[in-house]
Design a protein around this ligand. Structure first.
Ligand SMILES: Cc1ncc(COP(=O)(O)O)c(C=O)c1O
Length: 383
């Protein structure tokens, strides 16, 4: 299959990856895997520890050993949510929001179906979740809040500092889902009032799929739900309690972790300001074209992330995506984007087309794609 002319699905997984990412993985695969505690005098450096250090530096995480690696953001959320419930031991109340992804909603609803928690979904106003609305949902038995930092449909960024402060005052454990923001929004975990911050490697951090993890401030709050080899304390029949081994069992996806470190190096070299400027320019290019026609209904005219969700009047979102891919070589994402609750509000639950460029999408490609989408919309509405 030919590569797309324009790939606009980076909110799902980023493509292309920076050339340095592919080169670093090639180099890592040339040498045998070597991780401290698991290898005798390896030929290569300990890429797991190196990547832990790189992620901690990039997110300003106070302790690299509290950065835990797993398969993706979904995996991280499952480890945290289930580990929190296991530690709590008795049923509790949990808050999430209308913007949240199924990787939050499904683990929570599953716990709820098992009688282990009660879930309140806080609605959003416009594109944002008001901290006051979160405060209003708190009950005496609220113990946990799991809230997406960035919406993969609305492209909005929630004020997790304000939300975190009010949760902290009430002793509520706060997991922020940063799947859409890590790599786009500068983060400083030293000062952000979150108990755990989830990231994924394969979106805007430019690593490979199969990478992600979380930062956990106080490991005592989460029980481990996985057990296995760590290369340390091997006579112990139970999972060692130190960090990071408490939450990491089995062999790491080390080529993936090398890709993640190289992706972050690319972002550091590019610079956060340049990333922000690029996103603003790209979204402006699309919005200028989309908002100039009645044939396109845009659901988020002021995104903070490089995400624009829309429908073409008179054309189903799947059909629009098909035409764009087949006739113009433009890859978008259609449907519910694994965030069904927000669609009930914006498009009656039927889904939409989403475009999401990355800093590696040339501006000329954005302009060309915007014109093509407008052309499809105008033609669909011309008769
Ligand atoms: C807000 C949000 N949370 C979680 C996820 C899940 O990410 P992953 O594919 O890394 O599991 C996504 C990705 O689609 C997302 O947009």
């Amino acid at each position: 299959m030919d590569p797309p002319q324009v790939y606009l699905n980076n909110a799902a997984t980023s493509w292309p990856k920076p050339p340095g990412v592919i080169a670093a993985v090639n180099e890592a695969l040339r040498l045998p895997f070597s991780e401290a505690g698991r290898s005798a005098g390896g030929l290569s450096s300990d890429c797991v520890a190196d990547t832990r250090g790189t992620v901690a530096r990039y997110l300003h995480a106070p302790d690299p050993n509290h950065v835990i690696f797993c398969a993706n953001a979904t995996d991280a959320l499952n480890i945290l949510i289930q580990g929190f419930a296991k530690k709590e031991g008795k049923p509790f109340h949990v808050i999430t929001t209308q913007t949240d992804h199924n990787s939050v909603i499904r683990p929570l609803r599953t716990l709820e179906a098992e009688g282990r928690c009660r879930v309140t979904v806080v609605p959003c106003t416009g594109s944002h979740v008001e901290p006051a609305a979160v405060a209003g949902a708190i009950r005496p038995d609220t113990r946990l809040a799991v809230i997406s930092h960035g919406s993969n449909v609305l492209g909005s960024v929630q004020d997790i500092a304000a939300i975190g402060r009010l949760l902290q005052e009430r002793g509520i454990f706060f997991i922020a889902d940063g799947a859409q923001t890590a790599g786009l929004v500068p983060l400083d975990l030293r000062n952000l009032p979150v108990d755990a911050f989830v990231f994924t490697g394969h979106k805007y951090l430019f690593g490979f799929p199969g990478t992600g993890g979380f930062y956990l401030r106080d490991p005592a709050r989460i029980a481990p739900t996985r057990q296995g080899g760590t290369g340390t304390d091997s006579k112990n029949p139970f999972q060692p309690g130190g960090m990071p081994e408490k939450f990491e069992a089995g062999t790491h996806n080390y080529p993936g972790l090398v890709s993640l470190a190289a992706g972050i190096s690319f972002l550091e070299q590019t610079g956060a300001d340049a990333v922000t400027r690029c996103i603003r320019k790209q979204t402006a290019i699309f919005l200028e074209e989309f908002l100039a026609t009645d044939a396109i209904q845009v659901y988020n005219p002021s995104p903070e992330l490089p995400v624009i969700s829309f429908n073409i009047r008179g054309l189903g979102n799947d059909d629009a995506g098909f035409v764009l891919r087949k006739m113009y070589g433009i890859v978008t994402r259609t449907g519910l984007h694994c965030a069904p609750l927000i669609h009930e509000r914006i498009d009656g639950g039927s889904g939409c087309v989403r475009i999401s460029p990355s800093v590696l999408t040339p501006q000329d490609d954005c302009r060309h794609a915007a014109e093509c989408i407008r052309e499809v919309a105008d033609r669909a509405n011309s008769s």
